[in-house]
Design a protein around this ligand. Structure first.
Ligand code: GDP
Ligand code: MG
Length: 177
């Protein structure tokens, strides 16, 4: 196996889910390419981005999947979830309805994944403090109740984006190593 060639390699599939327009695609583009798009339409083309990092001198590849806008039609397919070992469930702190959907996304993910999935609840758009509709405490409470990591992020201002992804990736690594 790969150990004979002097290094172990890990490949982890991570999915990003949550209501439409919460910032899923921008979180990924910020993390993978340091890009942000104010007028991003439903994702076209690329299904996933691969990010490499080193943990314990081992090469870890995170294959991070973004929906192609299917969430608008509540039609995220089982193929999307297949093989996922990590996930980010994203809501928009300025739109309460997106927070109310978190439970549904969590149920859907659980119904499609049988293995342990490292999960982070992400309250995105924390730059929109002036129109905040979900408090930090509420986010924390749901995360604690469901056993999820929790973080507020801003893809716009690059707040906590790298940290959120890397906490999930490190947790997966700890689960499997
Ligand atoms: P998706 O449908 O969940 O993939 O959401 P998008 O990434 O396409 O983003 C939807 C809209 O929210 C776009 O207009 C983005 O520019 C905007 N957006 C995404 N992230 C942030 C953020 O952190 N702060 C603010 N203010 N807007 C954001
Ligand atoms: Mg998108």
């Amino acid at each position: 196996d790969s150990e004979d060639e002097g290094g172990e390699e890990y490949l982890f599939k991570i999915v990003i889910i949550g209501d439409s327009a919460v910032g899923k695609s921008n979180l990924l583009s910020r993390y993978a390419r340091n890009e942000f798009n104010l007028h991003s339409k439903a994702t076209i083309g690329v299904e996933f981005q691969t990010q490499c990092l080193e943990i314990d001198s081992k090469e870890v590849k995170a294959q991070i999947w973004d929906t192609a806008g299917q969430e608008r039609f509540r039609a995220v397919t089982s193929a999307y979830y297949r093989g996922a070992v990590g996930g980010l469930i994203v809501y928009d702190i300025s739109r309460r309805s997106t927070f109310d959907s978190v439970g549904r996304w969590l149920d859907e993910l659980k119904s499609h994944c049988d293995t342990t999935v490292a999960l982070m609840l992400v309250g995105n758009k924390c730059d929109l403090e002036n129109i905040r509709a979900v408090s930090v405490e509420e986010g924390k409470r749901v995360a604690e109740a469901e056993g999820l990591f929790f973080m507020e992020t801003s893809a716009l201002e690059s707040t906590n984006v790298k940290t959120a992804f890397e906490i999930v990736i490190r947790e997966i690594y700890n689960n499997v190593s």
